[in-house]
Design a protein around this ligand. Structure first.
Ligand code: ARG
Ligand code: ZN
Length: 872
């Protein structure tokens, strides 16, 4: 598909170092009712390593008021001023550039650059927001020291923040005030931040191991201080963990977190001044769930960890995004595993990867962990760059081991502190520290698509030998028709008939096979009986692994595997295979089946003495989007019905067990967020959910009781979600009561919207349409859009409704939203990624909806790229 105004792609191969460096930046930012005037003074110097050329500065939506070099106003012949570029043709070798622009933060609905939110003004500069504030070479390899002075009305905006340390502040005429901040660290422009607002602050201090004292502050909407304690504790835990695990200390005097309700993404690691979506800061037992508390830990840690992996060592260009994101996600995953439960953390990561990244890797937006081209870089803050990127780092960790990995990190910082580098630089540090040659591994960075590994085993009783043969293929992805094999670390164990691990030599029970060709055989000697292989333990590589397991073998693994991830995995295979078989039966007009063996295997897990959180994960059925990837042509109705049928069969078969467990797990004391309690709540709420699959008034009444009596949001919301998916009037009763109680807590209202948009009730689309007009909804607020519209787009059955109503509805909303916030609109457009996997009639509806969108004049680059690729 092409359009008359197709925006041009950018290519990694075209990278050139900057022709000019900027050493210092001094900004004066003056907030006035008619706009904000930004005066910038840049110390610029020619890069001697590059052929001389003009100085190119980026800008967007800037009203240029004046331009001067070394104090002299620029003559019109010395520069070319465009909407998005300022080119100074032949400046001196070294000079001071002064620019003055006016910007309109009150009209900035894109939430990139400097923008207005409820309590004041905030920034988001990654990746290319700084150019919406001032003229600048807005690329991550240009690093400078910043001094920032802010001026604003004091009563309306008492808080004036920027990166670094406060060096001056005071009052000015007309009730205004100012503050000056100096950031001693060189940084790329994407890490710039400033805040001009009315906020409350929770303060604390942290002493690093070497004795440096850091002032901590969490700034939030007035009145919300009682929701900051968890984030502050998370910050201090993260700081301690990074010292203990990687020897990395905080280098700052001030570390501030500012929460804002209007934010496109999760959070942002600006040097010393993180800006967060309120969703990842605010928490109190009655308004946040256990999952929220855990997510806050992870996101606070993630942004803090970026201070080393991202800020001290940053990216040369945006193609290297995974250098900081994959590595930092890996670090926050490890922090989460150490802080909470390692096994459930891993299960949830893989569940997320399969639900989001595998479909992405199989769809029109598939791209390598390090993309080689993009149209709009904002579209590449993806599950592939983040989550698959983290898997790639994890594979390095698996291949060289913990100690060598730590040495590799030390080498990376020793070599590159203060630099803007590439993924190769990271891998080279790991290679040099471990002595391992990572050349064959680099395919993971270059190649898109999820490798598919097929395993088959053969046991030779006479020779006491087990041979495992692996083959790999990677399906073609856009622009990459032919794939090379990857170096895949396959962690393998062999279970004996008694369920115990067999000795694989020297007492080892897990072997890491290095599988790097199309087909390879691995031989295990001295094996006394035919084993059941436990493959890809702990999910040692982001691949799809096929093995023709028998139902009883899966039950054996589910009951005995010493690798908790693979115990869970065995259950997922058992349930997944059955759901898919039943979907096919239902599509043929036959009835769904549920073999007694499956119920029995589920009962064994349910009654086992495993960690309750693990039991809950093991009995959570694989999601529809994940299962859909395994269908040649997706039949969302049959899939949905088959999944529900299995849930109902398990409920019927295990009703007494679920009920007994529900009662046994009743809370003993008041709510507190800790891993063990959260696990018990999770399992208890799973029991409640299963019981309500039986569609009985008694169980609905029980859920309603829990809804009304819970002293915490976890239990209240779990009951609400159960009822919102059940028949009967209890759901409506609970939904109304919930809104009445929580309408003033924005993040709780998001939950209320999401639970309705994700409902399996038949009238869900009508409900969502009604909610669009509700006072609780706001198309300008990303959290509301994600809660209502993206949740609906992820509602597998309703988004993919046979009559095309889901497609049309979402496509129209994307068009409306694109005029407001292209980044969020493009995220919503990703709901269409898998449209080609459906039947021809659904495809026709989806194509028509996408084509209508594609044809709209003035479409943003963001949405254009997603829709254009979807239609190719
Ligand atoms: N670097 C941030 C994080 O991962 C994400 C910021 C992305 N922002 C964006 N507008 N695409 O922590
Ligand atoms: Zn990040």
């Amino acid at each position: 598909m092409t359009s008359a105004v197709s925006p041009a792609p950018v290519f990694l191969k075209d990278y050139l170092p900057p022709a000019w460096w900027v050493d210092t930046v001094s900004l004066d930012v003056d907030l006035r009712p008619d706009g904000t005037v930004v005066s910038a003074t840049l110390a610029v110097r020619r890069n001697p390593e590059v052929a001389p050329g003009p100085l190119c500065l980026n800008g967007a939506e800037l009203e240029t008021l004046s331009l001067a070099i070394d104090g002299q106003s620029l003559s019109p012949s010395a520069y070319t001023l465009g909407d998005e570029s300022l080119v100074i043709t032949a400046p001196p070798e070294r000079f001071t550039l002064e620019t003055k622009v006016r910007i309109q933060p009150d009209r900035n609905t894109q939430l990139s650059g400097f923008y207005r939110s409820k309590d004041g003004y905030f920034t988001q500069c990654e990746p290319q927001g700084f150019r919406r504030i001032t003229w600048f070479p807005d690329r991550p390899d240009v690093m400078a020291c910043y001094t920032v002075t802010l001026h604003a009305d004091k009563a309306s905006y008492p808080v004036l923040l920027a990166n670094g340390n406060p060096v001056a502040q005071g009052d000015e005429a007309d009730g205004r005030h100012f503050a000056t901040w100096v950031d001693p660290f060189r940084k790329p422009s994407y890490l710039f931040a400033m805040v001009v607002a009315k906020l409350d602050v929770l303060r604390d201090t942290y002493r690093t191991t070497s004795g440096r004292e850091v002032q901590l502050g969490i700034f939030v909407e007035p009145g919300k201080l009682d929701q900051c304690g968890h984030a502050m504790a998370a910050l201090k835990k993260s700081m301690r963990w990074d010292e203990a695990t990687f020897g990395l200390e905080c280098d700052l005097d001030h570390y501030m977190i500012v929460a804002v309700g209007d934010f496109n993404m999760g959070a942002m690691e600006n040097k010393g001044l993180n800006i967060f979506n309120t969703k990842y800061v605010l928490a109190r037992a009655d308004v946040a769930t256990d999952v929220d508390f855990e997510n806050i830990d992870r996101v606070v840690a993630h942004e803090y960890f970026h201070n080393w992996t991202g800020n001290r060592v940053t990216c040369r260009d945006w193609f290297q995004l995974s250098l900081k994101e994959g590595l930092t996600v890996f670090r926050d995953q490890e922090f989460g595993a150490d802080t909470h439960s390692r096994q459930t953390a891993r299960i949830r990561e893989v569940r997320g990867l399969r639900a989001m990244q595998f479909p992405e890797d199989a769809g029109p937006m598939a791209h390598p962990v390090r993309p080689s081209t993009y149209v709009e870089i904002n579209n590449f803050y993806t599950a592939t760059v983040y989550e698959k990127g983290a898997e790639v780092v994890r594979m390095i960790h698996t291949l060289i081991g913990k100690d060598a990995f730590r040495r590799g990190m030390d080498t990376y910082f020793a070599r590159h502190d203060g630099q803007a580098v590439t993924c190769e630089d990271f891998v080279a540090a790991m290679a040099d520290a471990s002595g391992v040659d990572f050349t064959p591994f680099m395919t993971w960075y270059r190649q898109a698509g999820t490798p598919r590994v097929s395993a088959r085993g053969s046991y030779d009783a006479a020779a006491r030998r087990y041979t495992l043969t692996l083959t790999q293929v990677c399906p073609p992805t856009p622009g990459q028709p032919d794939k090379a094999p990857c170096l895949i670390p396959v962690a393998v164990g062999l279970l004996g008939p008694d369920g115990r691990d067999l000795d694989l030599g020297g007492g080892r029970t897990t072997a890491i096979l290095q599988f790097s060709t199309h087909e390879q055989s691995f031989v295990f000697e001295n094996i006394d009986a035919a084993p059941v292989p436990s493959l890809l333990r702990n999910f040692s590589a982001p691949v799809v692994l096929d093995f023709d397991y028998q139902e009883r073998e899966l039950a054996h693994l589910l009951a005995h595997d010493s690798d908790p991830f693979n115990r869970w995995e065995a259950g997922q295979r058992l349930f997944g295979d059955l759901i898919l078989a039943n979907a096919a039966r239902l599509a043929r007009g036959e009835a769904a089946e549920c073999p007694a063996g499956v119920i029995a295997a589920a009962r064994t897990v349910l009654l086992s003495d495993s960690d309750p959180a693990f039991i809950a994960e093991a009995l959570t059925l694989p999601g529809e989007a994940t299962l859909a990837e395994r269908m040649a042509v997706v039949d969302p109705d049959a899939l949905h019905a088959a999944r529900n049928a299995l849930a109902r069969a398990l409920a019927a078969g295990l009703e007494d067990d679920f009920l007994a467990l529900y009662e046994r797990l009743a809370p003993v004391g008041a709510y507190q967020f800790d891993t063990a309690d959260a696990g018990r709540r999770r399992l208890r709420n799973l029991c409640l959910g299963y019981l309500n699959e039986l569609d009985r008034g008694g169980y609905r009444a029980q859920a309603l009781r829990q809804f009304e009596q819970a002293d915490n949001m976890t239990d209240q919301f779990a009951a609400l979600a159960t009822l919102a998916n059940a028949g009967g009037d209890e759901g409506d009763t609970a939904l109304a009561a919930f809104y009445a109680r929580w309408q003033h807590e924005a993040l709780v209202v998001d939950k209320w919207l999401a639970v309705q948009a994700g409902s399996r009730r038949d009238d869900t689309l009508a409900g969502v349409e009604r909610l669009m007009a509700h006072a609780a909804f706001d198309l300008k607020n990303p959290n509301k859009v994600y809660a209502l519209l993206r949740t609906f787009g992820g509602n597998h059955r309703h988004f993919h409704a046979a009559d095309g109503s889901g497609y049309r509805f979402v496509a129209e909303r994307i068009a409306d939203l694109d005029a407001i916030n292209p980044q969020v609109a493009a995220r919503l457009a990703r709901c269409f990624d898998r449209w080609r996997k459906f039947d021809t009639s659904r495809q026709a509806h989806a194509r028509a909806a996408l084509a209508a969108l594609h044809a709209r004049p003035g479409l943003s680059r963001d949405v254009f790229e997603v829709v254009d690729k979807a239609l190719v």
